[in-house]
Design a protein around this ligand. Sequence first.
Ligand SMILES: [Zn+2]
Length: 255
Amino acid sequence: MSSLEQAIAAVNRSSKIVVVAGAGISTDSRIPDFRGPNGVWTKNPGAEKSATIQSYVQDPEVRRTAWRNRLDSPVWSAEPNRGHEALVALEKRRKLHTLITQNIDGLHHLAGNNPDLLVEIHGSVREVMCLSCPYRAPMVRALHRVRAGEEDPDCPDCGGLLKSATISFGQGLVAADLERAQAAADSCDLMLCVGSTLSVYPIANVVPIAKVAGATIIILNGSETEMDGLADFVLRGSISEILPQLVGGAAAAPN
Ligand SMILES: [Zn+2]
């Protein structure tokens, strides 16, 4: 049996699967990743610095640039790919316990995963939040104001700064989301990590949590990850090709 066939058998045996998804699952939807070989941060390390919450709050030019970038984001025309669809199939098989995603593109929602099973640990670009009050709203409304000429639209409730409802560098994760992710990791029988280098903490710690709890660990990624040493199966290659085979429920292909 190949390691893919063994991994398929492990998925078929499992009933409480936690998926950890990263940027690699969205690159086939033409959304660039951040830390891969062609990643945004890899090619332009300065962009990582300007993505901090401190510079966003302090520098109006950073905010104006951010709003222009949001208008032009590839997210708005992106569609879910076969990798996202495979995770919907996994949910239909009633095996998906929780889908923890590091992606902020909202494509798991668009693909049709149940929002109740989804933890968007780094937030979503499809909403805006106020940095001073609880105001939240769909991003499209704020972008409409930008198109109408506002360079840095403020909060309609309190006049505070608006930002996409994502976790920027320098911002802590939402505690309830992190706790939910950790609890899911602690109770799953299989953890499937897809398209992430598993190098961003604290969320990468869900992998050792699942390992200690006795779960089978499968890692599918285009390159090495920091958690390969903990994995029962490491699969390399195209996510949109391999993931449907891995979780789709088809019998392992005969040799
Ligand atoms: Zn506000």
